[in-house]
Design a protein around this ligand. Sequence first.
Ligand code: C5P
Length: 404
Amino acid sequence: MKSIFAKKKVLIGVTAGIAAYKIHFLIRNLIKKGAEVKVMMTPDAQNFVTPLSLSTLSKNPVITDFYSQDGTWHNHVELALWADVLLIAPCTTNTLAKLANGLSDNFLVATYLSAKCPVMIAPAMDLDMYAHPSTEANLTKLQNYGNRIVPAEEGELASGLVGKGRMAEPETIEAYLEDYFYTSDYHSELKGKKLLITAGPTYEPIDPVRFIGNHSSGKMGFAIAEEASRRGAEVILISGPTALQPIHSKIKRISVKSAKEMMEEVFNYYEEVDVAIMSAAVADYTPKVVADQKIKKNDAEFTIELIKNPDILKTMGEQKTHQLLVGFALETQNEEENAKGKLQRKNLDFIVLNSLQDSGAGFQKDTNKIKIFTKDQEVFDFGLKSKNEVAQDILNLVEEKLKA
Ligand code: C5P
């Protein structure tokens, strides 16, 4: 599939922060995905990274001043007009203050003032500088000018302190850029729609330290959430325990442990959503009694009595009013009949079957192979793909059904 970055003109402004070294990774990725990248730097930024490394990766000369040594004048207006988007990353406190107040004493800030394209700013500074009211005021000013801020993240800082101020990781910045190009380029039926997505396993408690769980990693549900958010949907992601973090900051993530908790959260939102995609691997059974204290080992055999969990998806099917409802099925035998049976019993619009018999598909993997059965008796068979591409296939069908 053609990348959303193909032929996009990305102008990157690098300022004098240690995080400047991370920009190389972003540039390399953008170039790989077909973007055209030009870089400008503040004079001080050259103390952190070299124009040579940035020009090598971006395949374009890097501008550091209004004039080159040979006396050539660089036209900041022309460069600003060239860009589809201007990203300033890392953006130091000093540059932030200049941008917010219209100072124009270097090439980068002059170009910012001439830019008519959308501007994204990824601040990077020490935690106290980031927390200072003047920084907050400058960020608010820039937001009011219509600039998008890629918020700084928590973590270890160059000073050795730990706190908020680190520049967002290159992949997060890339996700912001991608988001922008998606919403500007592409009309999606999902734009403005509310989506509820479940992901991951559930943990059914036995005692305070033990549970019954499964191998679900949550990767499929998270990939759908990311893709839906990219297409402009408002996403509520209800996830069982997983190490994953959504990249898109707009995704509302709700963490749950047990099927009962998942059920409660799902029904807090179900009524208000347009689409619900239930990719979580919900435990069918849960211990009847949860011990208050850690169960002690002794010589006797030990039996846990299990009772049935509520079937969240089936209940959703029964209470469906306007929502498009999508379920998942993971089968090891009689796959198609079982999936079709669930489609009907749970009153779904379509069901995504992934089989454990396909190598490369299923739990913990980065790839998946799916078949979709719809209530209109359609069957769509897809090849082995990355979970991101599978998410696109599923959402393409959701969009088709919303349009119909
Ligand atoms: O019946 P089965 O568990 O195979 O159905 C799988 C589908 O039903 C998945 O979409 C899963 O998220 C959902 N499910 C549920 N509540 C359960 C069991 C499964 O919502 N208790």
